[in-house]
Design a protein around this ligand. Structure first.
Ligand code: FES
Length: 176
């Protein structure tokens, strides 16, 4: 079975006072998200705003979190506790194609280990690593809610289900 890089799940967050800057268009987009929630419930906009930060910065970084803390009048710890809970937020740069393989029960017993090993062997990396050309990152994540079509994985925002090694090969071949 492919080995797991242990630091992936215990990623240390480097906290400094630096604050990210965003273009007026991006800030306007952020304000637009705020309008979807009551003025005294700004925190409700946290998840969509984190997606904006991740899109703009490549991952959710310290400077982006500091910006959001000011923007939403929250403590940075309020934001980090959310960021570190959800696997959809990256704490460090990932490759162009982020392969997130479900490792929870249904997927695990139906074939996740074989799929993970196949992908890692093919890409020449371990779980938690990115290929040298920065094209692929492989992660193991908790249940993605598609247990009936296990084993499955997510690449970007797309689900790929009922995986076999043959299916995985075709999929990886199709990704430029
Ligand atoms: S166990 Fe894999 S999607 Fe739920």
């Amino acid at each position: 079975m492919a080995s797991v890089a242990p630091t992936f799940y215990t990623n240390q967050v480097q906290v400094t006072d630096e604050v990210a800057n965003f273009s007026p268009e991006v800030v306007e987009e952020m304000y637009l998200h705020l309008t979807k929630y009551p003025p005294d419930r700004k925190r409700s906009a946290l998840i969509p705003l984190l997606f904006v930060i991740q899109r703009e910065r490549g991952y959710v970084d310290n400077e982006g979190v500091n910006f959001l803390a000011r923007f939403l009048d929250l403590e940075v710890t309020d934001i980090w506790e959310t960021v570190t809970f959800y696997s959809m937020f990256n704490l460090r740069p990932v490759g162009k194609h982020h392969i997130q393989i479900c490792k929870t029960l249904s997927c695990r017993i139906i074939g996740e280990p074989k799929i993970t090993e196949h992908i890692c062997n093919r890409l020449g990396i371990h779980v938690g690593e990115t290929t040298d050309d920065e094209k692929f990152t492989v992660s193991l994540v908790e249940c993605l809610g598609s247990c009936g079509t296990a084993p499955m994985m997510q690449i970007g925002f797309d689900y790929h289900e009922d995986l076999t090694t043959e299916k995985v090969d075709k999929l990886l071949d199709s990704l430029s």
